[in-house]
Structure formats: C-alpha cells, structure tokens
Design a binder for this molecule. Structure first.
Ligand code: ADP
Length: 793
C-alpha cells in the first residue's frame, strides 16, 4: 500500500512538464535551416517594409533567445540611420535615430561590410564608450549587429540584444548573416515596389495639373480619350489642328535611321508631297534639326523647301515645327504648313502650340504607362524568383547528394537569368573538373572543351573565386580568363564565378555565363548571393547527415560482427562441451575401475599417476559443465517473471551449506525482481561460491548479500571478507578463462564470472567489482526495477 501511494504522488509531481514535453509537437525547436526556409517563404509574400520586419525579427529573437531586435535603415538622403522597427522588450534601447556618420556600431558594420558581435558585458561600451551618454539608452549584456547591404548599397542594420552573455556559434553567425541578406533583398524589393507606386502617383498628379492648364485643348483630349496608340493620337492632333485652322496641312514625323519620316498626314497633302515626306528628310535639314536640337517650336516664316530637301513643298509659305518631347528627348515632330501666307500669326502659333503640347503629353503618358508595365513585369519576375527560391530550399532539404544539390541551384539560376548557362567545377589534382552544367550552350564545342577539365592556376575566374572566396564578376567576359577555352568561350559575353561553400570551406566554383552583354545589377547579385548561401546551408546539412549515417552503419556493422562471433563462440562451446561429456565420463569411470581392481598391483608411482588421471578427469568435467552453462545463458532462455530474491538466496545458501557446513552466508531482505529465475539462481550461486572459495587462510569466510534501489534499478551487492583483488584485474576477471591463481591454490575454470556477466547483461543490468586486497571483495550488479513489484521490501 505504502509503495503504491508513494508511486502515484511521485508521478503527479510534474504532470504538465511531462505532457508538454512529449505530446505537443510545437515545442520541438526548429533548426536554423527550417527557420530560414519559413522566413524565405513568408518573405516571398511580403509587400511592405513593415511586413518584412515582422517576418525577420520574430524568428531571429526566438532562435537565439534574444531580448530584443531592432532594424535601423539608412534614410533617402544617406545621412541618417532611422529606427524603423523594434521587437521584444528593451525599454532603454541604445538603438535610436542617429546621424549615419557618427561613430555608431551600425555605421561601422556597414562601412566594414561585416557583422559585429559583442559577447560579454561591457564589450560594446569598451568599443563605443560614449554610446550610452549620447543616446540616453542602456547597453544590453550581449549584442549582434548585422549590416544589410544589397550589391554596393548599404541599406541598414539588424541588431539583436541579449539579457545574458552570449557566445555566437558559427551556425548562429551563418544563420544571422543569411537572415540579414534575405532581409536586405526583401527590403529592397519592398522599397522598389513602394517607389514605383509613388512614381505612378506623382506622375498622375503632374499629368492632372497639366491637364487642367490645357483648357484650350479640351476638344483634343475628348477626341483622344484613353487612346494609347501613338499614330491614332497623332491622327487626332492632325484632325484637331485642321478643324481649327481650315487652310493648313499637318503631318506627324518620327526619326527613323537618321531620317525624319512622316507617319501621318492630313488628307489635303498632295500625292507627290506625301511620297516625299514618307520617304524621309535627312536629320540635318536645317529647320528639322533646329527644332529637334532645341526641343522648342520653330516657326519658319518664308518656307525654304529646297534647303530642307523637300522640293515638292514649294507651294507652302510658312511651316511650323513642334518637337514632341518625351523623357527629355525629341523623338517625333508635329509639322504644320500653310499655303495661304508666308508668316504665322500669334493666334495661329498659340493654337498650334496647344495642339502639339496636348499631343506631347498624351505621348508621354503613353510612354510612362509602357515603362510602368515593363517595371511591373520585372517586379513579377522577381517575385517569381523568390517563390522559386523558396521551392528550391524546400527541395534541397530532402536531398543529400552534393552534385544533385548544386544542379538544383543551377537550374534555378538559369531559369532566373534568361539566356544563361551554368557550370560547376571542383578541384581534382591539377584540374578544375566539370561536375554539373545547366542551360542551353549556343556553342556545343565549348561544353566539350570545359568537360575535359580546366587547368588549376591557369583559369583566372575559377581560380580567383576559389582562392579569394569572393564572386568574380565580369560584365564583359574576357575570353583569356578561361584560357583553355579561349576560342570556344567567345560566345559568352558576361559572366560570374562564385565560390560554393560547404560550411566554412569552399568546395567548388559555380559559374554563370550569359550569351548577351549584360551589366550585373545589384538585384542580380542579391539573387545569386541568396541562392548560393542557401546552397551552402544545404551542402553542410547533407554532409552532416552523410557522416552520421556512415557512423551509424559502422556501429551497426561492428555490432553485427560482435553478435556473430558471440553466437559462434556459444555454438562452439555448446557442441564441444556436449560432445566431450561422454568420453570424459568414460575416462573417469575406467580410471575408477583400474583403481578398484588393479590398485593393489600398482606401485606408489603408478597410484599417483592414476590419481592424476582421476583429478584431471574431474577438472575436465567441471570445465565442460561450466562451458555448457556459459553457452546456455543465451541458448536456453526462459521468460522474465517476478522472482523473490530472498527465496533464491535461501535455496543457493542451502545447497552451498551442504557442501561447506562452516560457511557463513547472510542476507538483507531482497526484492522481487523480473528475471529468469534459474539464471538469477546461477548468478547468486557463482558469486557466493567465489566469495567462500577465495577466503583468507585462517579467517572464517563470510558472505553477505544486500540490495538497494538506485533510480530505475535494484543494485545487489555480494560482499566477502576474502583475499581481495588488485584493481588492475577488476575488468579482466569477467573474461572467460581469465584466472588470477593456479589450480594448485584455488580450484576453478575461469568461466563462472563470464557466465555471471552474460546473465546480468541479458537482464539489462551491469556487473562490476569493488575490492581491497586483504580485506575483501564486493561484486555488484544491477537489475531493472519494475513498478509495483517491490511490495515485499
Ligand atoms: P574461477 O573458476 O577461477 O573462480 P571465475 O570466473 O569465477 O573463475 O573467477 C575468475 C577469477 O576472479 C578467479 O580465478 C579469481 O582469481 C578471481 N575472483 C573471483 N571471485 C573472487 C573473490 N570473491 N575474491 C577474490 N578473487 C575472486
């Protein structure tokens, strides 16, 4: 009863702890790569900077158990660091708005382009002694400051504060760097989106203003409506100007291959004139050139048709040239001519200007729309890239083969950078060996040459990326940088070679080549950087997984080996001892017969020899019996049942007492244990018998058995007052056939303790000895305790 009550109160002591640790899956901590994965996925959907802060700060705090996290951003004028986000609890934070050029840690981290870590109390203030007085804040115990740089542009810094000293492991450092890099890319994307929206809004406002000023041109506007086709707009302008000034002709020209060519003209223009203006006027025709260069209206009174290389237009007396300026450039001209006069009146000029201005604004609006569409497409592409990247990191988490991982990263890069190809090299002896490639090679011969391997030390871009551990960008790819493929590689116009890391060390080099000329942008660099970082994480994880698997299989192999040799030994022992029993019995009984029948006829020496045969026969019988017992520990197993230790002891003691009546054996109360009863009997018998056997001369032997609870086990102790054992033999005596004495001093086979060890281990316990020479020995063994079976104690 008492035992049962004690048990239940013990189990109820920490009920919540037990259930939450083992049942709630959310308590299992996420790995760094899982966190990065989640962050990447969330960032792909982030639209504003506020979204980004929320996504990045929370996992950073959580993963490193930080007290607070702050984001500082460089402002538009690049003179201030603004505190834009803060998570966690730090009432007197040091991290407030500050000038960018003051000696503040975030500024230093941005300038040096490296993270700053302050691990111990006071370390931050040692480096920046006046930080607290200047900001009025208080320094945290430990702090990490991570710069965010996209391409060459310093964006700001991510800062984590800690309540306790914090050692930043290399895994944490990598995690934080990747997080800061991802945060940077996402912030830039959000900024881009924001500025695009702002530009649309600003432009719309501007257009509204101008539109309001164009009262004179309402007609044109109404006619045009939302027309976005340039020629349709031009046709409307021609119609409107003719409707207002009935006697004029009008035409719309565009610059095309050094010639001004009419695209639209009014119906009154004569066929020969139409043919001439359509064919084109040289760009240096004086009035055309002046209007285009000055980007201001030219009203040519007294029209000179010959000088302007338009002889068919001699009938016109005055011509007006109105440049249509879009994005600061005069790409087209609105031209109006009159046959009725040789000069323009002010009213005519004002009206022509108004029409041209309206046309110009419509054209510009069309152009802005077109640009915005292009930018939107770019933004979409980038979003897709980030989503693709999220997918990639998910896939990478499942893959263990390094080259396959690299190949996946190459696939993503090739899909993100149109028209690109990618190669991946690893050093092998004197060459860079091509291990993986993706993309469509325009020149198949190039792939062949690369496939033969490139000389190490003679391939500038690959060598450099590997040695400096930095990307090697070439906006204009120099064929000599891959000297072994100088001819074939000319099709590649732009390139980059990037070191591929596996943990801290570069493993190989990944190159990306473009078949067209391209200037690497900061966005390209950020994408490359992010993909390569993620690849490095995946490679390191794969390597660790591989090593673990290797170790596991080694251990499994060794175990199997041990198991097999043990099984063989047992098999051998069983067969040998079993088959030996009959001949031994024969030797013993024949020796007995000889001694009985012919003993009288033997002399002294003969009888001595015969006695030795009898003794040896007996010893051999003991050996065989012990060997059989040894092999049977595993071959003859019975199920574990509750066994009363005290009863087993009593049976053993009774048997031994019959052999040695003077023996003194005592016990405490021994517990009930789950055991194979016969094996427990044999275990106690061997240990107690040894305790009696190895007694000191002249001292009555005494053996005592006791047991104690020790955690989940019962610990038994068999103590004697015998000769003791020297410590250097404590391990050896448990091996089979290992004896410390000759048979002339103590009879024995050297198998008993080996049997004991096997029995204890089969029961999930441990057997060892403690001893003092000349005082006595205690053999200790443990047996698992099972709940509710200890009532008898
Ligand atoms: P044996 O048949 O020789 O007793 P065991 O395997 O039982 O074989 O013991 C191995 C050796 O360990 C013995 O030869 C003896 O030297 C030593 N030994 C075992 N038990 C004791 C003990 N209680 N006191 C001292 N020595 C012991």
């Amino acid at each position: 009863m008492l035992g049962a009550a004690g048990f239940s109160s013990g189990a109820n002591q920490y009920p919540e702890q037990v259930s939450s640790d083992f049942v709630t899956p959310s308590r299992v901590p996420l790995s760094f790569s899982e966190r990065l994965q989640a962050v990447t996925e969330a960032l792909a959907a982030a639209r504003t900077q506020a979204d980004v802060f929320g996504i990045v700060l929370a996992p950073a705090l959580d993963a490193l158990h930080a007290l607070a996290g702050t984001v500082l951003l460089v402002d538009d004028t690049a003179t201030l660091l603004l505190r834009v986000a803060h998570h966690g609890h730090a009432p007197h934070s040091l991290w407030q708005d500050s000038p960018l050029h003051a000696p503040v840690p975030a500024h230093d981290a941005l300038q040096r382009r490296e993270a700053l870590f302050f691990e111990h109390p006071g370390a931050l203030l040692l480096a920046y002694p006046d930080l607290e007085t200047r900001t009025g804040g208080r320094a945290a115990v430990a702090t990490a400051i991570l710069p965010m740089i996209v391409g060459d542009r310093p964006l700001g810094a991510l800062i984590l504060d800690f309540q306790d000293p914090h050692h930043f492991t290399s895994a944490e450092v990598r995690f934080l760097r990747t997080l800061a890099a991802q945060c940077g890319v996402a912030l830039e994307r959000a900024q881009l989106q924001h500025s695009l929206e702002a530009r649309v809004a600003a432009r719309t406002a501007q257009l509204e203003e101008q539109r309001a000023a164009l009262d004179a041109f309402v007609a044109y506007k109404e006619a045009v409506g939302s027309e976005s086709d340039v020629l349709a707009l031009a046709r409307q302008a021609v119609r409107v100007v003719q409707a207002s000034l009935e006697y004029v002709s009008a035409a719309y020209y565009e610059l095309d291959g050094g010639l001004w060519k009419a695209r639209v003209w009014s119906p009154d223009v004569r066929p020969e004139v139409a043919a001439e203006i359509q064919a084109g006027v040289p760009a240096d025709a004086p009035d055309f050139r002046e209007a285009a260069q000055s980007r201001a209206a030219v009203f040519a009174d007294g029209w000179n048709a010959e000088a302007n290389e338009l002889p068919s237009t001699r009938a016109y007396g005055a011509v007006a040239f109105l440049p249509l300026v879009v994005n600061g450039q005069a790409h087209s001209l609105f031209v109006v001519g009159t046959r009725d006069a040789r000069a323009w009146t002010e009213r005519e000029k004002a009206l022509i200007r108004a029409v041209a201005r309206g046309l110009s604004i419509s054209l510009e609006r069309t152009e802005v729309m077109r640009q915005l569409q292009a930018q939107n497409a770019e933004l979409d592409a980038r979003t897709r890239a980030l989503e693709g990247y999220a997918q990639l990191t998910q896939d990478l988490a499942l893959e263990d083969d390094a080259v396959t991982l690299v190949g996946r990263a190459q696939e993503l890069l090739v899909s993100l950078i149109p028209g690109s190809v990618s190669t991946y090299y690893e050093p092998e002896g004197e060459v860079w060996k091509l291990l993986s490639h993706r993309g469509e090679f325009w020149n198949p011969a190039l792939l062949q040459v690369l496939g033969r391997g490139l000389p190490r030390g003679g391939t500038l871009n690959v060598d450099s990326a590997f040695e400096t551990r930095q990307p090697y960008y070439q906006d204009q790819h120099d064929p000599d940088s891959v000297a072994a493929a100088r001819q074939e590689i000319r099709v590649i116009r732009t390139s980059v070679a990037l070191p591929v890391f596996e943990g801290e060390e570069p493993r190989g080099v990944l190159a990306v080549g473009l078949h067209h000329v391209h200037q690497w942008t900061s966005i390209d660099r950020a994408v490359l950087d992010t993909v390569l970082r993620s690849l490095a994480l995946a490679l390191e994880r794969a390597k660790q997984a591989g090593a673990l698997q290797q170790r596991t299989s080694e251990v499994v192999r060794a175990n199997e080996e041990l198991h097999r040799s043990n099984a063989e030994l047992e098999q051998f022992a069983y067969i040998a001892s079993h088959d030996l029993q009959a001949p031994i019995r024969a030797v013993a009984s024949f020796a007995g017969i000889i001694s009985k029948r012919y003993g009288e006829r033997l002399d002294e020496r003969g009888r001595l020899y015969l006695q030795q045969i009898v003794d040896s026969g007996e010893h051999m019988k003991r050996l065989v019996d012990d060997l059989l017992a040894f092999s049977r520990v595993h071959t003859e197993q019975r199920p574990f049942l509750p066994v009363e230790g005290s009863m087993v002891f009593d049976a053993v003691a009774r048997r031994l007492k019959a052999e040695a009546p003077a023996a003194n054996m005592t016990r405490d109360n021994l517990p009930v244990v789950q055991a194979d009863g016969q094996q427990l009997d044999q275990l106690l018998q061997n240990l107690i018998a040894n305790g009696l056997k190895y007694h000191r001369a002249g001292v009555a032997s005494q053996v005592h058995v006791s047991a104690e609870r020790e955690g989940d086990f019962w610990r038994f102790a068999v103590s004697d007052n015998g000769i003791g054992i020297e410590p250097q033999y404590f391990a050896r005596i448990f091996e089979i056939f290992q004896r410390l004495h000759g048979r002339e001093s103590y009879e024995g086979t050297g198998i008993g303790l080996a049997v004991c060890k096997k029995i204890v281990e089969r029961h999930g316990g441990r057997l060892w000895v403690e001893s003092v020479v000349g005082v006595g020995s205690t053999f200790l063994f443990t047996l698992p305790w099972r709940s509710g079976r200890n009532g008898s104690v």
